[in-house]
Design a protein around this ligand. Structure first.
Ligand code: ZN
Length: 146
C-alpha cells in the first residue's frame, strides 16, 4: 500500500516536472517567428514595446491611468525601447566585425595552404589533390615540400 502511494507520488512529481518543460518547448516553437536572428528578435521586442506605449496612451486618454503612473510607465517603456535600439545597433556592428574577421581568417588560411606543386608526382606528373606521401596514380614516393 505504502509502496503504491510512493509510486503514485513519484509519478505525479515526474509528471509535474516534465510537463511544463514539454509545454514550454512546444510553446516557444510555435511562438518563434521564422526569422530568429538577433536583429529580428530585437525588432520584434521593440515593436511590442511600441504597442505597449500605444496601449498606455489609450488607457490614459480613457482615464484608466493617473497622470503620474502614465508618465512613469511611459518613461520606462521609452528607456527600454532606447536600450533595444542601442543593442540592435551594437549587434549590427558586431556582425560587421564578425564578417571582417571571417574574411581575414579565410585569407590567412588561403595564404598558409601549402602550394599545390608539392603533391604533383615527380615520376608520372599526376596532380594529387590532397597531401599524400605516395602518388595516387603510380605509387611513387612524393617528397612534400612542407
Ligand atoms: Zn605518380
Amino acid at each position: 500500500m505504502l509502496l503504491g502511494i510512493a509510486i503514485l507520488i513519484t509519478a505525479g512529481l515526474a509528471f509535474l516536472v516534465v510537463m511544463p518543460l514539454l509545454a514550454a518547448e512546444g510553446g516557444s516553437e510555435r511562438a518563434l517567428p521564422i526569422d530568429v536572428t538577433p536583429q529580428a528578435d530585437l525588432k520584434r521586442r521593440r515593436a511590442v514595446i511600441y504597442e505597449n506605449i500605444q496601449d498606455l496612451d489609450f488607457e490614459h486618454k480613457a482615464g484608466k491611468i493617473s497622470g503620474e503612473d502614465y508618465q512613469a510607465m511611459r518613461q520606462h517603456y521609452l528607456s527600454e525601447a532606447a536600450q533595444l535600439m542601442l543593442a540592435s545597433e551594437e549587434s549590427e556592428a558586431m556582425n560587421d566585425r564578425d564578417a571582417y574577421i571571417e574574411r581575414e581568417v579565410a585569407a590567412c588560411r588561403a595564404r598558409s595552404r601549402p602550394p599545390q606543386e608539392s603533391y604533383v608526382c615527380p615520376k608520372c606528373g599526376y596532380e594529387n589533390a590532397v597531401p599524400v606521401k605516395f602518388c595516387g596514380e603510380c605509387g611513387a614516393r612524393i617528397a612534400g615540400k612542407k
